[in-house]
Design a protein. Structure first.
Length: 329
């Protein structure tokens, strides 16, 4: 009996030890870890970084779409590269309405080709997206972070899933919080990741309702600063479907924290940006980033990007390592 009790005690101690080991080791999250390719493809991250740097020297505006591409991948089926797949019938995520304005897919394809040349069948397309997002931010004068890698690629892409799963620039705060929560992201992550709108452009159709017909009575959004609204109206006429505007005027190619200053002044470009002021927690975060020496955005962004990068990942033997990002093997 004593021996049995001792055996059971040892068994439970072992279970507790294993629980602690796997619960608190950050490199074990979902099978991802920083430096996953250190042994199998040591030059992988260097190849990605140099490629992004070279591309952005030629076109500094490509950084924002490359960052956005990772967001749009992770929010549909998880971070498994489904946004890169192409179907002959065009019913893929690339052709979903929210993705039609994304560009830079050829950048991903070229980087993947370079990686296949260096170490065939090793680096996944989904990891390329994660690394490119980080390196694009750095190239736009943002701060680096340790990117967890080890993802494998999915084999499915669906236009309807992209249309229904991606947050909309027209969303209110309740909808945004619900969507982020469904992906395991909290209100702080929502505020932090919205800060990605400090770079890039938006098109007139996405703000036309805020300017000309917010409640269906030919009015403007009362939460939009009137001077800013007047300025936007000069550039965006009601029927304009092509004009692009800087979301962060004056620094739309620089990754900084000025987005939060704009939102605090009711000059957020999208309705979803303005919505951050409609919740106490997200509003508090926005205002904190506007104070001198109070901004934590750069550090927070890396943390939230790592957290987002864990959504629905495929690891181990699940999925595959695509040879080409546009098609399954």
């Amino acid at each position: 009996m004593v021996t049995l009790k001792m055996s059971l005690s040892c068994f439970f101690l072992l279970q507790i030890s294993l629980f602690l080991l796997f619960s608190f080791d950050p490199t074990n999250a979902h099978g991802l870890k920083v430096g996953f390719y250190d042994n199998t493809c040591p030059k992988a991250e260097l190849i990605v970084m140099k490629s992004v740097s070279d591309v952005m020297k030629k076109d500094p505006t490509i950084g924002a779409p490359l960052l956005r591409m990772f967001f749009h991948d992770c929010f549909v089926r998880g971070c498994e590269g489904s946004v890169l797949l192409e179907l002959k019938n065009k019913k893929d995520e690339k052709n979903a309405a929210p993705n039609l304005s994304i560009r830079g897919f050829e950048v991903i394809d070229n980087i993947k080709a370079s990686l296949e040349k260096e170490c065939p069948g090793v680096v996944s397309c989904s990891d390329v997206l994660a690394l490119v997002a980080r390196d694009a931010v750095v190239a736009m004068n943002g701060r680096s972070w340790g990117v967890e890698t080890g993802r494998r690629d999915g084999r499915v892409t669906n236009i309807n899933e992209a249309n229904s799963n991606l947050p909309s620039p027209f969303d209110n705060i309740t909808s945004l919080i619900t969507q982020f929560h469904s992906k395991g992201l909290d209100k702080k992550d929502l505020a932090v990741l919205s800060g990605g709108h400090t770079v890039g452009i938006g098109h007139c159709p996405l703000i036309a309702n805020r300017l000309y017909n917010f409640t269906g009575k030919g009015d403007s959004d009362p939460n939009l600063d009137s001077e800013y609204a007047a300025r936007l109206k000069q550039k965006c006429k009601p029927t304009d479907t092509t004009t692009a505007l800087e979301m962060d005027p004056g620094s739309f190619k620089t990754f900084d924290d000025s987005f939060f200053k704009l939102v605090s002044k009711r000059r957020g470009f999208f309705q979803s940006d303005a919505a951050l002021l409609d919740n106490q927690e997200t509003k508090s975060y926005v205002l904190k980033q506007t104070k001198n020496h109070g901004s934590t955005f750069f550090e927070d962004f890396g943390v939230s990007m790592v957290k987002m990068g864990r959504i629905g990942v495929l690891t181990g033997r699940v999925g595959e390592i695509r040879k080409k990002c546009t098609m399954v093997n």
